[in-house]
Design a protein around this ligand. Structure first.
Ligand code: IMP
Ligand code: MG
Length: 179
């Protein structure tokens, strides 16, 4: 199906994202200062740019792992039913874990992942989301840290896609249909 034409209006600059990640990294370092090695779990695919920038800003020993959940497909609506397409490789029992998500929208994805990973008895499980759309929430879940709260807009860039497009934009922009 052909994509309706749209443009991307800049919403959060690359510079603002970098500055926010520096602040978040200092908070995460303080929270995990006694950890042996933090397991940072990125949720594929939307968090790949965020996790890359975040771990390089963290002055902590980290291990990186990835989990992939089912996505929106090519639509803009949440599927609500979350499936695990790819599980993490490592054991997390007794470990300190930080889940890295791109956006918390309805909350179903983060909620599902938290329950799944908690069932494996980590010593500590925290979550970070670059973006949060609180007005869209359907389940009561919050990330331990949030980069930016945004209104109910469909956004792309900095790893985040619209039907697999625009992930490589260095900033966050909102999709605006032109017809
Ligand atoms: P939730 O399960 O509804 O919270 O949705 C979470 C997932 O939906 C995120 O990890 C994103 O992959 C995707 N998503 C939510 N909002 C947007 C958006 O504005 N642009 C692109 N993807 C989005
Ligand atoms: Mg996602």
């Amino acid at each position: 199906m052909a994509q309706k034409p749209y443009v991307v209006d800049k919403m959060i600059s690359a510079k603002a994202i970098a500055a926010r990640i520096e602040d978040l990294a200092r908070e995460i370092e303080a929270a995990f200062k006694d950890t042996d090695k933090l397991v940072v779990v990125g949720l594929l695919r939307g968090s790949f740019v965020f996790i890359a920038d975040l771990v390089r800003e963290l002055d902590l020993p980290v291990e990186v792992d990835f989990l992939e959940t089912s996505s929106y497909g090519n639509s803009m609506e949440s599927s609500r039913e979350v499936r695990i397409l790819k599980d993490i490789r490592g054991e997390i029992e007794g470990r300190d874990v930080l889940v890295v998500e791109d956006i918390v929208d309805t909350g179903h994805t983060l909620n599902h992942v938290i329950h799944l990973l908690e069932s494996r008895n980590p010593a500590r499980l925290e979550t970070i989301a670059l973006l949060d759309k609180p007005s869209r929430r359907e389940v009561d879940v919050r990330a331990s840290w949030t980069g930016f709260e945004i209104p109910d807009e469909f956004v792309v860039g900095y790893g985040i896609d619209f039907a697999q497009r625009n992930r490589s934009l260095p900033f966050i922009g909102k999709v605006r249909f032109t017809e």
